[in-house]
Design a protein around this ligand. Structure first.
Ligand code: PLP
Length: 370
């Protein structure tokens, strides 16, 4: 099978009427988030017995699906998210795409879906970004968000076995500043009614169903005047796991005694690539990191005693998103003075600097595309 994959070439069909330059420039000046898409997309098909075939770069557009298509009923779907960044010399890079490829395949195994060779995953990203290179925003802090995903396409309602056919796609969306008005801390709602993931479930897979199950809790958070949900563990409703769709980091102490704690990957957390990058970066900046656990009551007590000085969420979209306050049905408290703290902002600057090529990349994280 690997020999056929190495020769799996993409059929390229350029968009017959790509977005006019003025229109594209207008979009890139104010792209928002996830609302506009580039002129092309990637599709690769899979069938049991045949493997991956029919790799294409084609004009961006709707896809027709039979109403009995498996994913519409049983939600066998996984996705990834990463960004392409313009460097000071005008080249375009992505950040750790092989890590996204590897995580995509871990998600695939959990959802009983076929794995896509990592090389093919990365090649698909490279082809789309280089074709739509004029869509990578040049404005500082902007990027081209890349969304690889795969779903079950067998036309059948039987649930005795997984789908035999799949479609892998990549689409791309120019994105602006996550915080157009400057980094603003989020207030989070500790949900006692809903959980995101239980032991043995799909919490460590990047699958759409996890998000479908989170919207009711998110609506509660907004009703409570908060921005996002803090997810507690399903068994005890005590241990802090994630915030919204980000991993969490707790800053203890200050100055030379600063240290970080992040909830360990117990199987119910999504193993974030931003999280993993910070686990490597922070110690090199003199901030030791521990993977452990923290209860919601310890979070409150740690803020009351001043032991916990900052808390932030981390993920590809916002990179680092400071948490200013927490609310639950029983309590409410502020972290530090409720403003973004120096450790959060330092880590943010360092990581963004590596991604945008304004700081050296000793880790080999940056992957040049063009
Ligand atoms: C994608 C995601 C993250 C962040 O992962 P990154 O690789 O850092 O973008 C964290 N939690 C959840 C639930 C996610 O889906």
């Amino acid at each position: 099978m690997s020999s056929t994959l190495e020769t799996l070439d993409f059929t390229v069909t350029p968009a017959p009427d790509p977005t006019p330059v003025e229109e594209r420039e207008r979009i890139l000046a104010n792209p928002g988030w996830g609302q506009h898409f580039t002129d092309h997309m990637i599709t690769i098909r899979y069938s049991e017995g045949r493997g991956w075939y029919d790799a294409k770069l084609e004009p961006y557009g709707p896809i027709a699906l039979d109403p009995a298509t498996s994913v519409l009923h049983y939600a066998q779907e996984i996705f990834e998210g990463l960004k392409a960044y313009v460097q000071p010399d005008g080249s375009v890079v992505t950040f750790r795409p092989q890590s996204n490829a590897a995580r995509f395949n871990r998600s695939a195994r959990r959802m009983a879906m076929p794995e896509l060779p990592e090389e093919l995953f990365v090649r698909a990203l490279e082809l789309l970004v280089s074709t739509d290179r004029d869509w990578v925003p040049r404005t500082e802090g902007y990027s081209l968000y890349l969304r690889p995903f795969m779903f079950a396409t067998t036309r059948a309602l039987g649930v005795q076995r997984p789908s035999q056919d799949y479609l892998f796609m990549v689409i791309a969306s120019p994105s602006g500043l996550y915080y157009p008005q400057g980094v603003k801390p989020v207030t989070v709602w500790a949900s006692q009614d809903y959980t995101r993931a239980a032991s043995g479930g799909t919490g460590d897979a990047k699958t759409g169903g996890n998000y479908a199950a989170s919207f009711a809790a998110q609506a509660d958070a907004v009703r409570a005047g908060c921005d996002q949900v803090v997810w507690l563990d399903a068994a005890e409703r005590r241990w802090v796991e994630e915030v919204g769709s980000m991993n969490l980091m707790f800053v203890y102490g200050s100055g030379a005694d600063t240290r970080l704690l992040t909830p360990a990957l117990t199987g119910t957390l999504l193993p974030g690539i931003t999280r993993d990058s910070l686990l490597k970066l922070a110690p090199d900046l003199g901030v030791p990191v521990e993977e452990g656990r923290i209860g919601i009551d310890e979070w409150e007590a740690g803020c009351a005693s001043g032991e916990i000085t900052e808390v932030f969420g981390c993920g590809t979209a916002a990179i680092i998103s400071p948490v200013g306050g927490v609310r639950s049905a029983r309590s409410a408290w502020t972290i530090g003075d409720g403003e973004p703290g120096p450790v959060s902002m330092r880590l943010r600057d360092e990581l963004i600097g590596i991604q945008y090529g304004t700081r050296p990349d000793p880790y080999g994280w940056v992957h040049k595309i063009i």
